[in-house]
Design a protein around this ligand. Structure first.
Ligand code: GLV
Ligand code: MG
Length: 338
């Protein structure tokens, strides 16, 4: 097994003082599976080496009468599988559900030493994270789990979005935050029934031609999730944790999935959820800087010497700030290659 990486600082270069240091581990795709589904469970040893993160889902998409089977299935799989470098995460049930206490009790006690991250859905504020943090500390102490389990929050209620800064900084256990567009749409009473992605009705239309009122007018579809993603990325960067786009539900529309993932990557996200094997390769490609970008970034870094001043490269101005932008790209590429 590869030694754990000692990349103990956030990837965002140029932040005045990193608030906290998170060890870097690749997490370009968080691959969801239902541990109570025996057919899916049987494929885990084959899928594990192809993904950065495997997530045993206990929450939504697992029916109420299958919750125990999913929890027990995850314990069985975690015990039986050597995950190698692949991280094992779980999504527990929400804090207002009747299942969450048993989720935490069982998982920390039985497989706490194998779990890297617990994803907590429908987080509304710092108090939710404080509760999980305290409970995890107690359960870890009781079970003798020596490596603290990290916490990942899903941003999927209007209240959660309003409190994203306090959520991101609520505990040293915070690993990251994902956007949950489906629940968030419902919470905000948005009128889309899609799981993430765009909507053909959300657009801007070109002004009418003043010379020809009947001339066709172009329309441009807009990104429904831009505001929330940008807000989430800022909150995560400010607290030295990692932002993720969440699920893309139209499995057949691989083009739109790639577009949504790329928008998130360009805005600062480090990964997204994959709900189907077809999305694994998309996430891997999108969330890894392209060789061309890395080559360009290295040229800028080399041309900038000590990183101060200004130079022209292929007609483009470079200075201290572009030097830092290029460091972000190169550091990510190197961390992923290590
Ligand atoms: C994910 O959980 C979502 O609600 O989009
Ligand atoms: Mg949800």
């Amino acid at each position: 097994m590869r030694a754990p990486k000692d990349f103990f600082r956030p990837l965002a270069v140029g932040a005045p003082t990193p608030v906290r240091e998170v060890p870097f581990r690749p997490s370009r795709m968080i691959h969801f599976f239902d541990p109570g589904n025996e057919k899916m469970a049987a494929k885990i040893p084959v899928i594990a080496p192809t993904v950065d993160v495997l997530l045993g889902n206990l929450e939504d998409a697992v029916a109420a009468d299958r919750k125990e089977a999913a929890r027990d299935g995850l314990v069985k799989i975690a015990r039986a599988t050597d995950f190698g470098d692949t991280q094992l995460w779980t999504r527990i049930n929400s804090l207002d559900s009747p299942w969450v206490l048993d989720d935490l009790l069982t998982l920390v006690t039985e497989i706490g030493d194998k779990l890297d991250v617990i994803m907590v859905p429908k987080v509304e504020g710092a108090a939710d994270i404080h509760y999980i943090d305290r409970l995890l500390a107690q359960l870890e102490a009781k079970a003798g789990v020596r490596r603290p389990i990290l916490v990942h929050a899903i941003l999927e209620t209007a209240t959660g979005v309003a409190g994203v800064e306090e959520i991101a900084g609520a505990s040293p256990r915070m690993q990251g935050v994902s956007l949950g567009p489906a629940d968030l749409a419902a919470s905000r009473r948005m009128k889309t029934t899609r799981v993430g992605g765009g909507h053909p009705g959300y657009l801007v239309r070109q002004d009418p031609d003043t010379q020809d009122a009947d001339a066709p007018r172009a329309t441009y579809q807009q990104d429904l999730w831009h505001y929330t993603l940008a807000r989430m990325v800022d909150a995560c960067a400010a607290h030295g944790i990692l932002p993720y786009y969440g699920p893309f539900g139209d499995i057949k529309d691989t083009t739109a999935c790639e577009d949504q993932f790329r928008n998130a990557f360009l805005l600062g996200c480090v990964g997204a959820w994959s709900l189907h094997p077809v999305q694994i390769g998309i996430a891997k490609k999108v969330f890894s800087p392209s060789p061309d970008e890395v080559r360009w970034a290295r040229r800028v870094i080399e041309a900038m010497g000590d990183g101060t001043g200004a130079v022209m490269l292929d007609g483009k101005m470079q200075d201290d700030a572009t030097f830092k932008q290029c460091q972000v790209v190169v550091e990510l590429a190197e961390a992923l290659a290590a």
